[in-house]
Design a binder for this molecule. Structure first.
Ligand SMILES: Cc1cc2nc3c(=O)[nH]c(=O)nc-3n(C[C@H](O)[C@H](O)[C@H](O)COP(=O)(O)OP(=O)(O)OC[C@H]3O[C@@H](n4cnc5c(N)ncnc54)[C@H](O)[C@@H]3O)c2cc1C
Length: 511
C-alpha cells in the first residue's frame, strides 16, 4: 500500500472508477474496491448498452434533446450537450482498449433502440452483455497499467479532511474491521448508486450510497437525492415474488432490458389486456411512465408480464434468456413476469463540469455524482456514457491541479454497520417507492431518524436523506411521483442536501 501524500485515490471498481484511474495514467493511482475487482459493480450488469449518436440519421443534438426531455426540466442543457458530444470519442476509446462491440454485417457498430430515444443509438456488446464486456475490458487494462495499484476487499469508510475542510486522505476498513488511513492529494468517489437500500432492486446489494455518506460527512453538497429511477421490468422470481405487499427479497432482481421493448416486446396484465395501449409512447414511453403503469396494475392486484416471444430473445438477448432460464422460465415460449424495482439514482454528489465536489480535494464520477445530465429521470443507456465522459475530464482536472502536501490524521473508528438493513430496505420499498405521499414519507423520516440516531450507519443516513428530500419536493417530476402533489411545479428547481440534516457528531475534522 502506498502512503505518499501525492497519491491519488479512486474509490470504486465500476466503469467510473476504472475509467478515471486509466485516464489518470501515468499519474500514480490507488484504486480501492470493496469487493474483488470486477465483482459487485452495477457496471457488469448493464444490458442495454451505451448511447452515442453514431447513426446516419442521428446527431448529438437529437441525443441531447431526448436527454433533456427525459430529464423533465432538471437536466442542464450545457452539460447534456457536452456529454453527448463526447459519446463517439468515449466509444472509440473503449474500442481501442479492445471492447468487442457488436457490429452490423458491413462492420459498422450495431445500434439498438431503447425507450425515449428518437433514433437507434445504443452501442452494445455480446447482445445484452455490454456491461460485462466493458467491465472485463477495463479491468484487464487496469491490471496491466503499471501506475494503478489496486486494493481489493477494502471499504472506504471516511474522508480525512484538514482544518480548512480540504480532503487529505481516506480511511479504509478491511473485512476484519481494521481501519487504516491513506493520505492522498485527490480522492475520486466512484462508488455507484443506492438501489441496495430498497428490497426490490436490480442493483448489487452493496450499492447503498456509501459514497454519498462519505461525501456528506466531509461537508459536501448533495443534490436531487429524491430522484430514484425505478426500472419497470425487473423479473419476478421466487426470491422476489409478486406478492400483495411487493416487498421484495434479499436478492437483486434480474433485469429484462428496455431494449426488449425497443425490439417489440409488449406488456400485458393477467387479464391479457395490453394496458399500455392508451399511454402515449406505449411500451416505449419514458421509464417512469411505464413503471407507474405497471405499479398501478400491481396495486389493483394484477400481475404483469412482458411478452418477448417475437423478439428473437435467445439470439439478440442471450443474457436475459439465461437469467430467465436460471429461474425456470423460457422467454422464447413464455411471457416474462415483471414488476418495477429501484434501478438508478439520478441524485448524487453535486459536481461541476470537471467533476469537482463542493469540498476541495474531492471529485465524484459515475452514478454517485450529480452532474446535471439526468435531471429528474435518466434516459436509458446514458449512465455508462456519463461516467466515461467525466472520467476523462476529472483526470485532466486532477492532473492540472496542484499537488498538496497533506498529511492525514489517524482515522476515527469506522461507522457501525446497520443492524436494521432488512427494515430499511422494506421501508424504502413501501414508503419511498414508485408512488409517494406525505404521511408515508413523514413516517419513514421519523423511523430512519431513530435508526440513524441509534446506529449512526451509512444506510440509515443515506435512506433518511433521500426520504427527507422526497418529502420536501411537493410536486411530481420524472422519477419522483407524489399522489398528494401529482402535477409538476411551475418552476423546475434542484434540491440540495447537506449533513446539517443529520447528526453533527458525524462530522469529523482533521487536526
Ligand atoms: C441491471 C442493470 C442494468 C443496467 N443497464 C445499463 C445500460 O444498459 N446502460 C447504462 O448506461 N447504464 C445501465 N445501468 C446503470 C449503470 O450500470 C450504472 O449506473 C453504472 O454502471 C454505474 O457505474 P459506477 O462505476 O458509478 O458504479 P458501479 O459499477 O456500481 O461500481 C461501484 C464500485 O464502487 C465500489 N464501492 C462502493 N462503495 C464502496 C466503498 N465504500 N469503498 C470501496 N468501494 C466501494 C463497488 O464495490 C463497485 O466496485 C444498469 C444498471 C443495472 C443495475
Amino acid at each position: 500500500m502506498r502512503h505518499s501524500p501525492e497519491n491519488i485515490v479512486v474509490v470504486g471498481g465500476g466503469v467510473a472508477g476504472l475509467a478515471t484511474a486509466l485516464r489518470l495514467a501515468p499519474l500514480p493511482v490507488t484504486l480501492i474496491v470493496a469487493a474483488p475487482l470486477g465483482a459487485e459493480a452495477a457496471t457488469g450488469w448493464a444490458q442495454g448498452g451505451i448511447a452515442a449518436a453514431l447513426g446516419d440519421d442521428d446527431r448529438p443534438d437529437y441525443h441531447a434533446i431526448d436527454t433533456l426531455k427525459a430529464g423533465a426540466g432538471l437536466s442542464e442543457p450545457e452539460v447534456a450537450r457536452r456529454i453527448v458530444a463526447a459519446a463517439p470519442g468515449a466509444i472509440d476509446w473503449l474500442v481501442q482498449l479492445g471492447t468487442p462491440f457488436d457490429r452490423a454485417p458491413d462492420g459498422a457498430l450495431a445500434l439498438g433502440l431503447e425507450a425515449a430515444h428518437s433514433r437507434r443509438r445504443i452501442v452494445h456488446a455480446g447482445g445484452d452483455g455490454t456491461g460485462r464486456l466493458v467491465l472485463e475490458t477495463l479491468v484487464k487494462a487496469a491490471r496491466a497499467c503499471p501506475t494503478i495499484a489496486v486494493i481489493e476487499d477494502v471499504r472506504a469508510s471516511e474522508l480525512l479532511t484538514d482544518e480548512a475542510g480540504t480532503v487529505r486522505g481516506i480511511a479504509l476498513r478491511d473485512r476484519a474491521g481494521r481501519v487504516t488511513g491513506l493520505p492522498a492529494r485527490a480522492v475520486v468517489l466512484a462508488t455507484g448508486g443506492l438501489g441496495g437500500l430498497y428490497a426490490s432492486t436490480t442493483n448489487p446489494l452493496g450499492a447503498v450510497g456509501s459514497g454519498l455518506a462519505l461525501a456528506a460527512r466531509a461537508g459536501a453538497m448533495l443534490r436531487d437525492l429524491e430522484f430514484v429511477q425505478f426500472h419497470p421490468t425487473a423479473i419476478v422470481t421466487a426470491a422476489n415474488p409478486a406478492g400483495a405487499d411487493l416487498l421484495g427479497g434479499p436478492a437483486p432482481m434480474p433485469l429484462a432490458t428496455e431494449a426488449l421493448r425497443g425490439e417489440g416486446a409488449k406488456l400485458f396484465n393477467d387479464r391479457g389486456e395490453r394496458f399500455m395501449m392508451e399511454v402515449p409512447g406505449q411500451e416505449l414511453a419514458p421509464r417512469d411512465v411505464v413503471a407507474r403503469a405497471i405499479f398501478a396494475q400491481n396495486a389493483a392486484g394484477r400481475h404483469v408480464v412482458l411478452d418477448a416471444r417475437r423478439t428473437d430473445v435467445g439470439r439478440r438477448f442471450p443474457g436475459v434468456a439465461a437469467l430467465c432460464r436460471a429461474h425456470g422460465l423460457d422467454p422464447a415460449h413464455q411471457p416474462i413476469p415483471v414488476r418495477p424495482a429501484a434501478h438508478y439514482h439520478m441524485g448524487g454528489i453535486n459536481v461541476d463540469d470537471c467533476g469537482r465536489s463542493s469540498v476541495a480535494g474531492l471529485w465524484a464520477c459515475g452514478e454517485v455524482a450529480s452532474t446535471g445530465l439526468h435531471g429528474a429521470n435518466r434516459l436509458a443507456s446514458n449512465s455508462l456514457l456519463e461516467a466515461l465522459a467525466y472520467a476523462e475530464w476529472i483526470a485532466a482536472d486532477i492532473a492540472g491541479s496542484e499537488a498538496g502536501a497533506g498529511i492525514a490524521r489517524a482515522p476515527s473508528p469506522a461507522p457501525v454497520g446497520s443492524s436494521a438493513r432488512a427494515e430499511i430496505r422494506a421501508l424504502m420499498d413501501s414508503h419511498v417507492g414508485v408512488v409517494r405521499e406525505a404521511s408515508m414519507l413523514d413516517a419513514a423520516v421519523q423511523r430512519l431518524g431513530e435508526l440513524n440516531a441509534r446506529d449512526g450507519d451509512d444506510l440509515s443516513l443515506v435512506a433518511r436523506m433521500v426520504t427527507e428530500a422526497a418529502l420536501h419536493r411537493t410536486e411530481s417530476r420524472g422519477g419522483h411521483f407524489r399522489t398528494d402533489h401529482p402535477a409538476p411545479a411551475a418552476l423546475a428547481r434542484h434540491s440540495e442536501s447537506a449533513l446539517a440534516a443529520a447528526r453533527p457528531t458525524h462530522v469529523r475534522q482533521v487536526a
